[in-house]
Design a protein around this ligand. Sequence first.
Ligand code: HEM
Length: 504
Amino acid sequence: MSSIQFLPLSLPILLVATSILSIAIYIFYNLKLHPLSSIPGPFFARATSFYPIYLYYRGDFALHMRHLHGIHGDFVRLTPNHIAVSSSTSLKQLWTNKEFEKGDFYDAFTLGFSKHRDLFTIRQNSFHSQRKRIHANVWSMTSVLEMEKYIDEMVALFCLKMGRLADGNELMDVGLWTWRFTYDVIGELFFGKAYGFLEQERDIDNLMAAAAAVAPFEGMMGMAPTWLKPFMWWMLAIPNIARGVMNFQKVKVTGKKVVADRMRAVENQAETRTDMLGKMLNIVWEKGEKYDWSVQDVEQECFVAMVAGNDTVSITLTTILYHLAAHPSSLARLHQELDKATAEGALSPTITYKEAASIPYLVATINEGFRIHPLFGYPVPRVVPKEGAEICGRWWPGGTVLGTSCGVPERNKQLFGEDADSWRPERWLVDREIAARMWDDVCAFGIGQRACIGQHIARCQITKIIPQFLREFSIEKESEWECLERWFNKPQNVHIKVTRRDRT
Ligand code: HEM
């Protein structure tokens, strides 16, 4: 009788007690018995797997990682099993050693168009190189320059719109306008035509809102501990995220239709565009069966380009324009070099990539833009192979997750000088070898096999639009920028004043 009364009362207490004890054992194990327990770090990071989520909410990964390395040294425990390594050598070792595969962070970004994953989310390096070989050629600079005219059209439209802002005395929302530009370029190259963001000056199909809603969900899902991920799908019930996902579904359907229309047009010999879409479809026709490369793979890579190729370029352009607007001496020097090159006939009315890439101060300015503001400061995970490995003079057991925050080596004072925290494009006007060594530490596009495959598309856009815009216009900073780093480190509400230049 007494045991029957005892049970219902004690069951909840027993459950609570067991939970508390399990959590205590888990924390004790992480702090004292875990093979990586000797690595320093904040208590919350050493004890639990939630520190990256906490940093996600803080929104300052790059800054915070610099702070943590300042306190704890080269190795910082970010979760019990994820170690941030600060040196640039580690960055190279992790990214170039084929034994180190991507961690489960990347699973959050899979799209599911094809039976194969896209390049960004494939985790096994051997399979990645097999898939990359199929279409790497179409992403080369030679191939991108065959499509330069499509980028030119968007640059011209962008400058036309800037003229409207200047004449109407309207401030330029830099993030918004560069976003419109990059989306339209992606439309031109991967979806047959510009979406019309620049032309219509509005958020077409709510794509911008959808991207803003979905990206943080993906980032947080990626950073969450592995065991928690299946429970995070509830986030899709949050109205803003749900709307974003639904909008993206519509965009997927439209994208698939564009690909189908293009195939029909080519079959009927009614299409002559040489763009990324056409180039990737050609591979399907020529050797799709041999390489297991299908129309679905093309749809998927085009969609990835839309996601990976937009915020990235827009953030970089915003960074460069903001810093030029905030540093009149840099802007004056750039104006001077552009005017001189134009007067000497080295820059055409529509500036080509090759012409722009030979203006040293422009190249220095772009490099400094990449350096001063990393795209993301989260130490993206690479997994130590099961037999273990040595990185930066230390042995790491198999399964350890290692990563280097790009925000750390980019501010290396030994390499970039005491003013590494300041904007100074002149630091790049040095001997080629030193500049190359410095560029290695910037790591804007990653290194090695898993480096950004879209980097030539990005470089081409950035290197063309900055001189074309600034040859005609001057810019002035209106207010200090703020950045919010929810996976991508996005400058917020950057407004600048645009005025026409008198070059006579
Ligand atoms: C300034 C602009 C850009 C920057 C700074 C940038 C940076 C990066 C970085 C750092 C990675 C490696 C990420 C990782 O391993 O976690 C990457 C990968 C990638 N990026 Fe970019 N990116 C830019 C523009 C673009 C553009 C324009 C496209 C496409 C049109 C693109 C497509 C990709 C793809 C497909 C990958 C995966 C490559 C692979 O694993 O083989 N990116 N990017």
